[in-house]
Write a protein that binds this ligand. Structure first.
Ligand code: ADP
Ligand code: MG
Ligand code: ZN
Length: 472
């Protein structure tokens, strides 16, 4: 029997606003424990939350970028549960009436595109964090750090449209790229600003009805999401083949052991007793504001790729590598504006030096001039690489370095003829072998001439000169 997996993803993205969602505390990462707290985010009695307009703005922009419909009216609800890092004993979230519904993201895989539906996008607050450290009364002590309480999150829930771990990876990468392009989330999975829970079930191929799903948690990289899904799909199929049943449960990915382990079953699932938060009015989003925000949506990765392929004639794959970072894509366009005769080579250079570009250590002129000088034959590929490295190191314009170091390529036939003659005179045995038919020795002579000129000779001209002198 052949099986097919059904996957739906729930992403929690931390919004990069300066302050928290319901108070003015800093939402920044890495402050000393409990420094970014106030009576509101620590849940003192009698305080009132005030919604951060920026948070709504970021979520609306995300909704627009993923073709969701922004709801005129949405409602914040209390999700009730007790945990020591949640002093209010409830989390404010959106439940029955979320901010946005029914969007989609197009992913690209094996040359084709596939549309993945987005069920909903809503806003909520994060909880604090427990640090298990030291001892208290002879037992393990746990300390509460409430800095993360009320840091703004956006939850993006996908439809169960994903069929393979690769599709899940492609969806997550695309979604992350969109959020980073919008500058609403830094997309850092390791630091937890982009987290994913993966729901997965299997069914016999051809069957319409979904199987029972398991929810996977605790994956902190795209690769881990893919690996956890691969493992879980195999586990569920084996379970069914063995005559068993998949049970609905939450499972944790153990990256070290590369397995998923059961955390809690359906019976232990929480009943959160959601109800509208009486401290917060329903959120009304005006259409005029939405239209204003629509104008701030930048060109998104998919659109950029399509334009790059069309406008610059570069391969789709290269366009994707460039578009994976908005700043790299901008850098490429700036370089191609300085020298536009061969965008494909310019694109390759930008991709090759992308770390230096990201670190702000290269200017578009450097890449443009390197490509232009190579194309004109003024410098060789080897020298071009050396010059870019020197430009990264010194920050000087590449052509100034070239001239200061005298690194222009020797294309002057007269000068090269002299060096070639010297090389041939110094290697009489090889010249004889060559004339007796060992044609491969030509590259040896070319190498010698290149060495004499410290890599500055134009190899094509060197070859011509040598062939003429060797008379074959
Ligand atoms: P729950 O109430 O358990 O949270 P939801 O209906 O809210 O379930 O769905 C949560 C996520 O699980 C969504 O991303 C959805 O697409 C996905 N999902 C729902 N049913 C299945 C299934 N049978 N197999 C795989 N994923 C599913
Ligand atoms: Mg759910
Ligand atoms: Zn606060």
């Amino acid at each position: 029997m052949e099986y097919e997996a059904v996957i739906g993803l729930e992403v929690h993205a931390q919004l990069s606003t300066r302050s928290k969602i319901f108070c003015a505390c800093s939402a920044s990462f890495g402050s000393p424990p409990n420094e970014n707290t106030c009576p509101v985010c620590t849940g003192m009695p009698g305080v009132l939350p005030v919604l951060n307009r920026r948070v709504v703005e970021f979520a609306v922009r995300t909704a627009l970028a993923t073709s969701c419909t922004v709801q005129k009216r949405s409602v914040f609800a209390r999700k009730n549960y007790f945990y020591p890092d949640l002093p209010k004993a409830y989390q404010i979230s959106q439940y029955e009436l979320p901010l946005a519904l029914a969007g989609h993201i197009d992913i690209e895989l094996n040359g084709g595109t596939k549309r993945i539906g987005i069920t909903r996008i809503h806003m909520e607050e994060d909880a604090g964090k427990l640090v298990h450290e030291g001892e208290f009364a002879g037992a393990q002590a746990s300390l509460a750090d409430l800095n993360r309480c009320s840091v703004p999150l956006m939850e993006i829930v996908s439809e169960p449209d994903i069929r393979t771990p690769e599709e899940a990876g492609a969806y997550l990468r695309r979604l992350r790229d969109i959020l980073v392009y919008l500058e609403v989330c830094d997309g850092n999975m390791e630091e937890g600003s982009f987290r994913c829970d993966a729901n997965v079930s299997v069914r016999p191929k051809g069957q319409e009805k979904f199987g029972t799903k398991a929810e996977l948690k605790n994956m902190n990289s795209f690769r881990n999401v893919e690996k956890a899904l691969e493992y879980e799909i195999r586990r569920q199929i084996e379970r069914i083949e063995d005559g068993g049943k998949v049970v609905q449960e939450t499972r944790l990915w153990d990256a070290a052991a590369a397995v998923t382990v059961s955390m809690r079953g359906k019976e232990e699932a929480h009943d959160y007793r959601y109800f509208p938060d009486p401290d917060l009015l329903p959120l009304m989003v005006e259409e005029a504001w939405v239209e204003e925000l629509r104008k701030t949506i930048p060109e998104l990765p998919g659109e950029k790729v399509a334009r790059f392929v069309k406008a610059y004639g570069i391969p789709r794959y290269d366009a994707w590598l460039l578009a994976s970072s908005r700043s790299l894509a901008d850098f490429f366009e700036a370089s191609a504006a300085v020298y536009g005769a061969n965008p494909k080579v310019t694109a390759n250079e930008c991709i090759h030096w992308k770390d230096a570009v990201a670190a702000g250590r290269l200017t578009p002129e450097t890449i443009a001039h390197a490509v232009e000088d190579r194309e004109s034959g003024a410098i060789s590929a080897t020298v071009s690489k050396t010059l870019v490295e020197l430009a990264i190191e010194t920050g000087k314009p590449i052509r100034r370095i070239r001239d200061e170091k005298g690194l222009t390529q020797v294309s002057d036939t007269g000068a090269l003829e002299e060096i070639a003659a010297k090389v041939l005179a110094a290697n009489p045995k090889e010249v004889e072998s060559y004339r007796n038919g060992k044609a491969g020795l030509l590259s040896f002579f070319v190498g010698q001439v290149m060495k004499e000129t410290r890599g500055k000779a134009n190899p094509r001209i060197v070859q011509e000169v040598l062939k003429k002198k060797l008379g074959v």
